[in-house]
Design a protein around this ligand. Structure first.
Ligand code: 5GP
Length: 192
């Protein structure tokens, strides 16, 4: 056990902004732990069980909510997502930093329950650029892209207004965004 608790870091941002890459790079550079969320969304070919998410059914998720197993949770589109409490508390207690990649609703809950957390929101350089990136992924049809785009704009506004975030960074250049996030975390750790 360490005599110093780890830092809880929250990373959020709209779909298509590159937050997953930023989060994974931060985990590596900080030697931090990525918190694996529980979700009811269907597993895709890109997902590994227990690495990207724990995939569960709705009944299991609702039991986790009822039993207080989750540090925070939210319904995103039609699926539940939540952070298992036990592993996060264990790692922080051991002195390791933990990174959560969660949405704005989850970040608001963390702001209340874990006020010492550092929360960073990743914005795109502009709305036009976000739409361009969503289209470039070409994973889905234009109607789904437009729905994600509206949802992203709503989420960016909610993030600005909710008071849950300590910092807003812009992902214009991926390496610079990673460096910026890394600097914010290390500065914060040096100050506490
Ligand atoms: P995806 O299905 O694309 O992996 O994630 C969809 C959204 O759910 C993203 O905005 C992601 O940050 C968010 N998310 C993933 N895990 C959690 C979680 O444990 N809690 C909350 N509140 N949101 C999450």
């Amino acid at each position: 056990m360490s005599d110093k608790r780890g830092l809880l870091v929250v990373i959020s941002g709209p779909s298509g902004v590159g937050k997953t890459t930023i989060t994974h790079q931060l985990v590596q550079r900080l030697g931090a732990v990525f918190s694996v969320s529980m979700t009811t969304r269907p597993k895709t070919a890109a997902d590994t069980e227990g690495v990207d998410y724990y995939f569960v059914d709705t009944e299991r998720f609702e039991r986790a909510i009822a039993d207080g197993e989750l540090l925070e949770w939210a319904k995103v589109f039609t699926n539940y997502y939540g952070t298992p409490r036990g592993p996060v508390e264990h790692e922080l207690h051991e002195g390791r930093d933990v990174i959560l990649e969660i949405d704005v609703v989850g970040a608001e809950q963390i702001r209340k329950s874990m006020p010492d957390a550092l929360a960073i929101f990743v914005n795109p350089p502009s709305e036009e650029e976000l739409l361009r990136r969503l289209r470039a992924r070409a994973r889905e049809g234009e109607d789904v892209i437009q729905r994600r785009f509206s949802e992203a704009k709503r989420e960016m506004q909610q993030a600005r207004e909710c008071g849950a975030y300590d910092h807003f960074i812009v992902n214009e250049n991926l390496d610079e965004a990673i460096n910026h996030a890394y600097q914010l975390v290390t500065d914060h750790k040096a100050a506490v």
